[in-house]
Design a protein around this ligand. Sequence first.
Ligand code: XCC
Ligand code: SF4
Length: 655
Amino acid sequence: MADAENKSIDQGTIELIKKAASDGVNTAFDRAEAMKPCPIGAVGSCCKHCGMGPCRVPLPKGKEETPEEKLNRRGICGATAETIAARNFIRMIAGGAAAHSDHGRGVAELFIAAAKGEAPGYQIRDEQKLLALALEWGIEIGDRSNEEIAVDIGEKALAEFGRQEGEILFMRRAPLKRQELWRQQGVAPRGIDREIVEIMHRTHMGVDQDYENLLKQGVRASIADGWGGSMIATELQDILFGTPSPVLSQVNLGVLKEDEVNIIIHGHEPLLSETIVAAALDPQMVELAKSKGAKGINLAGICCTANEILMRHGVPLAGNFLQQELALVTGAVDAMVVDVQCIMESLPDIAQCYHTKIITTSPKAKIRGADHIEFDEHKALEGAREIVKVAIENFPNRGSNVKIPKEQQDLIAGFSHETINYLLGGLFRASYRPLNDNIINGRIRGVAGVVGCNNPRVTHDDVHVRMIKELIKNDVLVIQTGCSAMAAAKAGLMVPEAAAKYAGEGLAEVCETVGIPPVIHMGSCVDNSRILMAATAMVKDGGLGDDISDLPVAGAAPEWMSEKAISIGQYFVASGVFTVFSVTWPTTGSKEVTDFLFKEMEDKYGGMWAFEPDPIEAAYMMIEHIDKKRKALGIDKARERVLYDMAMRRELEEV
Ligand code: XCC
Ligand code: SF4
């Protein structure tokens, strides 16, 4: 591993990549080097939707192609490069929307069980939010108990997945103009499952063979994700586990402890991990840990389960997606508990080289070689205790080959859409007014949602951090979720002091006044719905137009890899947000499809996709879009605009 230094910007990560090499352990970093992406699949030109194929229809090489040549460049069924690229793209949306939404469904089911008293250990934690949602959904409050109301809410939420007609309920939360636009375009989702199933139907061999019509269904399913499944997950989790409020914690592998039982929770669903938090605090468990020679029990998270538990309990983050294998390489993890999504199948094999127990918990996600302790909501606490016990009992098996990097960073997390409201406006007149005012007066140039994964095709965390630094330097407030949030946190951007150090003058002034970091952690991937709500709140507060597409905002996923990221990006775009992805773009095998996503979508939805691998260039695309929106709103004069050329930008970046 001669070039471990280029694999990450995080010293602890580099150290562990080297340790993995000397321990003879292969990680995603090595596999990415050994396996180059298939050039035909990478551009969306490989179709394997039937047994006549797989068929490959890449772009013509070199010169313009004649109509005859174009006619020949088809799959066996006659499918064109456009159809194949569009089908592949919306199947990614289906995969992503399904993942988020199935998570939401699981929450709704637990919610109902908890309300009926069938899930001991769970209770309604946010009564205010429960009642607000009951009002919103027209559920009778009267003198009914919280539990009775919650049963109705849970059932109504669950019905959203199987809804066959009409419109999903949370769509009504969007600005009126946006709702109208969706209806006009014919993309108002009927039911969450229905839109996903329809993608699978339409992309079957010989069904929908018009790329525009295919992409339209992709939009519809993505809205069913962001304003449907994901939003249900976030809302019901908040009611059940508590709406996050600002909390101080730590991030990076340095949070693992040499002398304590280390348990990592990894994946996406907080259902079980909420009870693991409780079990790890149980004095009996702590006693047991001490009897095994440990000083205590240390819980830490990876990926979005981590974000969930961080947001609500301040549990530290061990790391993001590409650090999951390396956490095992420390040799200090006694158990890693996983649920669903973003879990590498290599974990049990790597665990074999150390002493770690890998425990799968979801009936939907087993891994060969892992232990399975299934999550049962009716006895969640028992299950959680069993898991914690396995970890404790494994502590004495820890070998001497232990290396915990010292890197760790403070961060402030826990910014829900509601707390931003309170922080800005104060408890008694909660509002987004101060944010809007500071955007109008130009101290804040705009807002960027920077989200998404890690991808070993680029230097770990580097693309996130460079983009975010460039944005805040230019007075763009950054709001975040997912693994991107962890990248920024590790780089020290999520503490209030970061404002003076990295932010432009205007943004720094606002952050210092309010006492917030210039980069705001809003949670997990399903919590991108919080970003939709924040954007809607900005519209409703007035002065910045009457739709999300009028706002000086932009979105990005600088190191994306998952299908969920594509679904998120598409619902950002469908909601009116200019959204730029880096690393790779999955439709370049068809110019028509790519042009449609990058250009024509703006005419239809006011937001569009873009692709730019260079994080600084991408940041400037976002800034230019923000400035374009400021100009349209007539608030561009408030800012003295300095236009840099690329050379000047580079120089500035080096400073
Ligand atoms: Fe997975 Fe959500 Fe991506 Fe991280 S960011 S790699 S999806 S954990 Ni959503
Ligand atoms: Fe080939 Fe058409 Fe079958 Fe796809 S659906 S594999 S393009 S024949």
